[in-house]
Design a protein around this ligand. Sequence first.
Ligand SMILES: *Cc1c(COP(=O)(O)O)cnc(C)c1O
Length: 206
Amino acid sequence: MSLDTILKQINGKARLIAVSKNVTENEVITLYNQGVREFGENRVQELKRKSEILSNLDIKWHFIGRLQSNKINQLISLHPALWQSCDSLEIALEVDKRLNYKLDTLLQINSAKEETKQGVDPKNAIEVYKEIKDRCRNLNLIGVMSIGANSDDEKEIKQSFETTKEIFEKLKPQGAIICSMGMSGDFNLAIECGSNMVRLGTILYS
Ligand SMILES: *Cc1c(COP(=O)(O)O)cnc(C)c1O
């Protein structure tokens, strides 16, 4: 789908993060030339590679994948614009300990409660969020991220987005301003449910 069509659907309601994990730097440059400035990668190694090759471009890189502890230092050295995938107090403490600057961060919530997915259990999300806020001075926690339920049943997907949105609302007094949810297959529904940041991959390149 063309970028224009996608932006029309988003209609100014959400920030677009272009996920570039499955494409080369050439596709990134194409989107950049159309005005896209925020990109997401789910592997530290690839984030490093692309951000170095494209270091002359004014790109804000987001990290959206599972962070292995042996990649923490490398991620920190890349100064990502937003770490979207902080998924436990433990990893938050590990990253916080090594940071020498403030890193904007989202707490990832496993709203669909899927075993294969990372993220904190929705019923613990508020507590974990507060604890990270209290204990991690170098993490600037500014919201939540979630992946919609992996289902053909729109009701189930909607339910998972509503769960995330509810938590987001409760965290607003704690400074939460970003609710990152919605991917290629479900971003319109996510926006209807209150997303203000969508992470789109495949749809941008097909
Ligand atoms: C790959 C990925 C996306 C983008 O998925 P598409 O279905 O290609 O749009 C969004 N968020 C995360 C965390 C991802 O890993």
